[in-house]
Design a protein around this ligand. Structure first.
Ligand code: BG6
Length: 496
């Protein structure tokens, strides 16, 4: 696909995301020949920086490009940094953007970016609407000549109501087709591969339903704690930070019906339908029995003391914010009726891993009664990260007399496709937005449907009926989480 000449304006450009993710992604796109001939980045924020200062900060002296700088690509680095500019917005984001508009117009004519603008909002979400309004007031959202796109970072809303308000607010100034809501999990190659595994093969889809699937388990574990983001995280928690967005996106790809075609609207229509079919939990009893939250407490890992969540910088010492969430739920539609889904996400786990495990039903008639396989199911493990790949667990005969059955693996790892370079999530997402492809971006109705499911859980967690458990940093969450999955054995704790 052709990437047209364009100007990318980043709001909140002096923040960490720009240096850590956006600029390295743009540099890789540049290096691999994906940027259009005429392409300029204009960073905007409230810091008083010159173009040169900004270039030094995000490119020339950036620790995120250290390798590149060392590896003698300095010529490429120099040329690339020449495409980067900065403008100080003055005091606040909610201000008159006429100076900004002038700078945009000057860069646009100087570099012939054809009036095609992408506005990337990487500021606190409370500013999104004001920024959209001010952009619009300068006539910069109008597509009379050249297209205009708006990329917004997460979190998108804090609750259903705030997400709706934000959608309504943005829609005052931009059409839905101009808005790109980032969910960086959709930029991951392996998340996209869920679609291909399901819909480009004929061997999985016939089994992909309640007749053959016993339950579905999704684990997202991180070994890190809240790091330097305690202030943000304490107001958010695992459910808002990971579950409402990344994990429900994965759920929607597992649950959705086959779309008519692979374009953005067809795929997203099916994802919305999937999200709308999640059974919303309304009463306290259901919520108590199907949701678990917990916080990590201080422990020793590898001989070193690790802080508990409540001792982290920026976190209220009496905080009840969850760093672990496990949710059991059902999907009310023809395909999934009565199949339980178990989804958990947490910080300070023994390892960093994200995977989807589809547990198939055991054969309905056991003929190898003493085989050792009784009660063991076939599993399809889709490993999102790390060791990206797909694994099928099935029974094989142990050589010798009788019919002893053993588990064997059939596996595929992405690393075996070594010649292809896998694009980093932000690279892929930026390139898609630059080309006007919104398939891997969340649509307004998707985001709202996800909040609709999450809202009652958050409400319930505010009540005293709901406990906050503790787990030692470095273990697989609180023991109580096993109750959730009781009768099924255990969570699959990969690599533990
Ligand atoms: C972000 C969350 O969206 O995703 C972080 O805000 C989390 O808390 C991160 O650490 C995880 O992303 P990844 O790509 O490392 O799995």
């Amino acid at each position: 696909t052709n990437t047209e000449n364009q100007l990318l304006i980043i709001f909140g450009a002096s923040g960490d995301l720009t240096a850590r993710k956006l600029v390295p992604a743009l540099f890789n796109l540049y290096k691999n020949g994906h940027l259009p001939e005429n392409f300029v980045v204009l960073g905007a924020s409230r810091s008083n920086l010159s173009d040169e200062d900004f270039r030094r900060r995000v490119v020339l002296e950036s620790k995120y490009l250290e390798e590149e700088i060392k590896n003698g690509t300095s010529k490429a680095i120099q040329t690339f940094s020449g495409k980067i500019f900065y403008t100080d917005l003055g005091k606040e984001y909610d201000t008159d953007y006429s100076d900004l508009a002038e700078r945009i117009s000057e860069l646009n004519s100087r570099f012939q970016t054809d009036n095609n603008y992408i506005f990337y909002l990487s500021t606190p979400p409370s500013l999104y609407e004001a920024i959209a309004k001010n952009i619009c007031e300068q006539g910069l959202a109008s597509e009379k000549n050249g297209w205009k796109r708006l990329i917004v970072e997460k979190p998108f809303g804090y609750s259903l109501e705030s997400a709706r308000q934000l959608n309504d607010g943005l829609h005052e100034y931009f059409k839905e087709s101009q808005i790109y809501r980032i969910d960086h999990y959709l930029g991951k190659e392996t998340v996209q591969n869920l679609l291909v595994t399901r819909f480009a093969n004929s061997i999985f889809e016939p089994l992909w339903n309640r007749n053959y699937i016993h339950h579905v388990e999704i684990t997202n574990a991180e070994s890190g704690g809240v790091e330097k983001r305690g202030g943000y995280y304490d107001k958010s928690g695992a459910l808002r930070d990971m579950f409402q967005n990344h994990l429900l996106q994965i759920v929607s790809l597992v649950v959705m019906e086959p779309p008519i075609g692979a374009d953005a609207e067809e795929i997203r229509n099916e994802k919305v339908k999937a999200l709308k079919s999640l059974r919303i939990m309304r009463d306290d009893k259901t919520l108590r029995e199907n949701t678990i939250r917990a916080q990590y407490v201080s422990s020793m890992i590898g001989g070193k003391k690790v802080k508990g969540y409540r001792e982290e910088e920026g976190v209220d010492p009496e905080s009840t914010t969850e760093t672990y969430a496990a949710i059991k739920f059902f999907v009310d539609n023809w395909r999934w009726a009565d199949v339980p889904f178990y989804v958990r996400t947490a910080k300070r786990m023994p390892t960093k891993v994200t995977e989807v495990v589809v547990h198939f039903k055991t054969p309905h008639h056991h003929i190898f009664k003493d085989s050792g396989m009784n009660g063991k199911d076939n599993k399809l493990v889709i490993r999102i990260q790390p060791d990206e790949g797909i694994l099928i667990k099935f029974g094989v005969k142990v050589p010798g007399q009788g019919f002893k059955v053993e588990r064997a693996n059939l596996d595929f790892y992405y690393s075996s496709l070594a010649e292809t370079r896998v694009m980093e999530a932000y690279e892929r997402l930026l390139l898609d937005a630059m080309q006007g492809d919104a398939t891997l971006y969340a649509r307004a109705d998707e985001v709202e449907a996800a909040w609709e499911f999450v809202d009652p859980i958050l409400e319930y967690w505010k009540t005293s009926d709901s406990k906050v458990y503790g787990y030692s940093a470095g273990v697989w969450g609180p023991e109580n989480a096993d109750e959730l999955i009781e009768g099924l054995g255990m969570w699959r704790n990969p690599g533990a």
